[in-house]
Design a protein around this ligand. Structure first.
Ligand SMILES: NC(=O)c1ccc[n+]([C@@H]2O[C@H](COP(=O)([O-])OP(=O)(O)OC[C@H]3O[C@@H](n4cnc5c(N)ncnc54)[C@H](OP(=O)(O)O)[C@@H]3O)[C@@H](O)[C@H]2O)c1
Length: 242
């Protein structure tokens, strides 16, 4: 049976690095994105060229639960069976506690927590025994954050989800883990001022943001290590140790 990975949100940032690492490990890919078709096409071509693997790209916004059906149909069309499902995409809301509205709160909850649950429910029968699911948490789900309440709370829920899903997937021989990245050099931080970046770097023992490839190595380990199950792996350069 060929090895095939689904990477949800795999065309930029951390997800693109994960897609590259999974293809380099000998897997064909189905990679989803939200809206940036140009980046998706470019990364798909790059990976095909460098790894020789098959790469399908699919638009599927995790903010919209209808995307679950799109991914399910895409996999069914080619009867794809997966040995790895990696959910990287996530969203935030910068609304503070005093101003957040129900719609903002629900949008973050839907994308970060409800979508992974509904997607995994829909495609569970396509994940091979011996396969792995990797979710994306955050160090903000471990260390309380002053700005993005919905983000921190939903990422903590993702960490809890990894453990709870072990109970669901263990009988199928499928492992579930979560990666909790610290601050990673991606477009996510494009609007931060230099001063803000320095202040964050001051809290990281290694004194710098991570390269996405450093984070992707942890995802690959979570996919491939046959004894890792129910873990939340912080990879944050020693955030808050300073
Ligand atoms: N960057 C960090 O410092 C950091 C730290 C801790 C945790 N994280 C988590 O890591 C994940 C990825 O972060 P990143 O910085 O690499 O993100 P990113 O640059 O925003 O996006 C990476 C990928 O996710 C896709 N994506 C974004 N929003 C989506 C949506 N609503 N539906 C479907 N796909 C979507 C993007 O597609 P498009 O190109 O079409 O937008 C792209 O393929 C998120 O869950 C984030 O919470 C990031």
């Amino acid at each position: 049976m060929g090895r095939h990975a689904l990477v949800v949100g795999g065309t930029r940032g951390i997800g693109a690095a994960v897609s590259r690492a999974l293809a380099a490990s000998g897997r064909d890919l189905v990679v989803t994105f939200a809206s940036d078709e140009e980046s998706a096409t470019r990364i798909g071509e790059d990976i095909r060229r460098s790894s020789g693997r098959t790469v399908h790209t699919l638009r599927a916004d995790v903010a919209d639960l209808a995307s679950v059906g799109l991914i399910e149909e895409f996999l069914a069309k080619d009867d794809i069976s997966l040995d790895a499902v990696v959910i990287v995409a996530g969203v935030t809301s910068r609304q503070a506690f005093g101003s957040i509205q129900t719609d903002d709160w629900n949008a973050v909850l839907t994308a970060n927590v409800t979508f992974p649950v509904m997607l995994l429910q829909a495609i569970a029968d396509r994940i091979q025994a011996g396969g792995a699911v990797v979710l994306t948490g955050s160090s903000m789900g471990i260390h309380p954050h002053s700005v993005s309440l919905a983000y921190g709370v939903t990422k903590a829920a993702v960490h809890a989800l990894a453990g709870n899903l072990v109970k669901v997937f263990a009988p199928r021989g499928i492992r579930v883990n979560a990666i909790a990245p610290g601050f990673v050099e991606t477009d996510w931080h494009a609007t931060k001022t230099e001063e803000h970046r320095r202040s964050i770097e001051g809290k990281i023992a290694l004194g710098r943001f991570a390269d996405p490839d450093e984070i992707a190595a942890a995802y690959l380990m979570a996919v491939d290590n046959p004894y890792l199950n129910g873990a939340v792996i912080p990879i944050d350069g020693g955030y808050s140790y300073r």
